[in-house]
Ligand binder design. Structure first.
Ligand code: TNX
Length: 555
């Protein structure tokens, strides 16, 4: 599609009638507003090729990822100045914390003082929690940008936090830099009203195959928050490493966590480390979903305690990448003492609702044993007040009431397996969708990608974005879908650079599938919004994959 066709179509479509473009005094502003309508995905028209767009003085309102539910551009932009104050509700500690978080993002690049205050004066950047705005729900927000003030309103603190992420993306990308930049700090005029499509918008990090430090996890959390991801699923145990200290079974971490794929030193989180991760996640409004994978993927535990093995003999630690060779001993009573202790300690440490019990690739466990194991283990999770999450093989047993099944199949998954998951969904099991050939962040982008695996095929950026969670699994009702999650398995991933190269830019697309209304779904519009993330990711030091499918700006 050519730019000419795009722009003329845009001008002729319902844009003028439906979008309150107030006081378009100059052509550039009108032009910018129209572009934004395309970018926000409100128009079904295609994208502006990268080279065709004159650099707007102000970024179009709504050119963000995930696409907002509603964008009404108009009016004069808001401008940050050396005198700007961040005004928060005087009665809310969380609003103040979010204001301080915003100030810390804005101060280095603007060089402005940006004091956070609860004075009642007009103007400035205002963070308001509004009991009356129940329609904004747990995570929604409204952002109103006018010449005189920029107001963020939410019903709950999480909504205010998401509003701050939107504000970041409305400012020039260089706002993310850590040194002073001389650019005008303007936010286009208008109103964004935004609520998420799904309550579960996750990312998983496998800290077992390779261990990642607390600081590495925190860095990823910060990146996830920018795209309004609200769940961090930590894959804390597998054949190659047990990564969380359990006081009642100390060798799990000290011995079972002492190596990793390739034979490196591994590591584990002490209770304090884990609490630091939880605290950081909470400050970014992410809920941590801890996973202890069982009954398979348990070599690290079996190596640490001989009594967990049916043979009574502990196998050696494992540093390869095979799967499916280990199993807890289903008939032994001690297995359930072990599970009870682990779940009890982990549940007590974790404030979130969920506890993930794995359940995938239990190839060394008979079907009868698998079902028996899940029948015993799910009530333990409930006993300690948590909701079960399991990989979708759990639907081959009897999922507990309220459990969520995480679907990781692919186009080639057998119809019988898909039907089993769909049947469970019709019977009340919620679904987290993580189709491997769409959102497994460890899949290579193409044959030349130096990292990652390819068992689910190559997954380019468009492929990871261009599907609909509500209609994805045949026979599963859209209402069963709790949300989406992008797992990052770490057989080949061992540094933050690796994480970032594989996650970006696919992760923002998954985040958009989870957040944005289906009506905004449009690859041609999305790729333009994603392209605008390029300079932002670069400013944040994220070495992302420059997919040829995305019209990245040349500068
Ligand atoms: C499948 S997905 C696995 C993991 C591997 C991953 C590699 C799932 C529940 N199990 O054990 O790490 O593939 O892509």
């Amino acid at each position: 599609m050519t730019a000419v066709r795009l722009l003329s179509t845009t001008v002729a479509t319902p844009v003028e009638g439906t979008q309150p473009v107030r006081q378009p005094r100059t052509f550039p502003r009108l032009f910018g507003s129209l572009l934004l309508v395309v970018a926000a995905g409100i128009s079904t028209v295609g994208a502006v090729p990268a080279g065709a767009e004159p650099a707007p003085a102000v970024r179009p309102l709504g050119r963000i990822v995930p696409a907002p539910a509603s964008v009404q551009p108009g009016g004069a932009p808001y401008t940050l100045t050396p005198w700007t104050r961040i005004r928060v509700d005087d009665h809310s500690r969380e609003a103040r914390q979010i204001g301080t978080y915003l100030a810390r993002i804005l101060r280095p690049s603007t060089g402005y003082a940006l004091p956070v205050t609860d004075d009642h004066l007009p103007g400035g950047i205002r963070l308001r929690l509004s009991p009356r705005d129940q329609g904004l729900g747990e995570e929604g927000y409204r952002l109103e940008s006018t010449r005189g003030s920029l107001t963020l309103t939410a019903h709950k603190p999480a909504g205010l936090f998401h509003a701050v992420q939107t504000l970041r993306q409305l400012l020039p990308a260089s706002v993310e830099k850590d040194s002073r930049q001389q650019v005008p700090w303007k936010v286009a005029g208008g109103t964004i009203t935004d609520t998420p499509r799904y309550a579960y918008r996750g990312a998983m990090l496998d800290v077992s195959r390779h261990f990642f430090t607390v600081d590495q996890v925190k860095r990823y959390i910060d990146q996830l928050a920018l795209y309004k991801i609200n769940k961090l699923h930590l894959h804390l145990s597998d054949d190659q490493g047990w990564r969380i200290a359990i006081d009642s079974w100390p060798r799990l971490a000290t011995y079972g966590g002492s190596t990793q794929v390739g034979g490196g030193r591994g590591g584990h989180y002490t209770r304090k480390d884990y609490q630091e991760i939880l605290g950081h996640a909470a400050s970014r409004y992410l809920e941590v979903v801890p996973e202890i994978d069982m009954p398979g993927h348990t070599n690290a535990a079996l190596a640490s305690y001989a009594e967990l093995n049916c043979s009574g003999i502990a196998p050696p630690l494992y540093t390869g990448t095979d799967v499916g060779f280990s199993s807890l001993c289903v008939p032994k009573p001690v297995t359930y003492d072990f599970v009870d202790d682990v779940v009890r300690e982990l549940a007590a440490l974790t404030p979130g609702r969920y506890l993930h019990i794995g359940g995938d690739e239990a190839h060394s466990t008979s079907h009868a044993d698998y079902v028996a194991f899940m029948d015993k283990v799910q009530p333990i999770v409930a006993k300690y007040g948590k909701t079960v999450v399991g990989w979708h093989q759990l639907t081959g047993a009897t999922p507990a009431k309220g459990a969520l099944a995480q679907y990781w199949g692919l186009d080639g998954t057998s119809d019988a397996e898909k039907a089993q998951v769909a049947r469970a969904a019709r019977n009340g099991t919620g679904l987290i969708l993580s189709p491997a050939d769409r959102v497994y962040l460890d899949m290579k982008y193409n044959k030349d990608t130096p990292l990652g695996l390819d068992w689910a095929g190559f997954v380019e950026v468009r492929r990871s974005y261009d599907w609909d969670p509500a209609t994805y699994l045949p026979g599963a009702p859209g209402s069963a879908v709790a949300g989406v999650e992008a797992p990052l398995w770490s057989e080949t991933i061992s540094t933050s650079d690796h994480i970032e190269f594989m996650a970006f830019p696919r992760l923002p697309g998954v985040a958009e599938l989870g957040w944005s209304p289906a009506s905004t779904h449009d690859w041609e519009a999305y790729k333009v919004r994603l392209a605008a993330q390029g300079p932002r990711m670069a400013a944040l030091g994220i070495d992302f994959y420059r997919s040829p499918q995305v019209p990245w700006p040349s500068a």
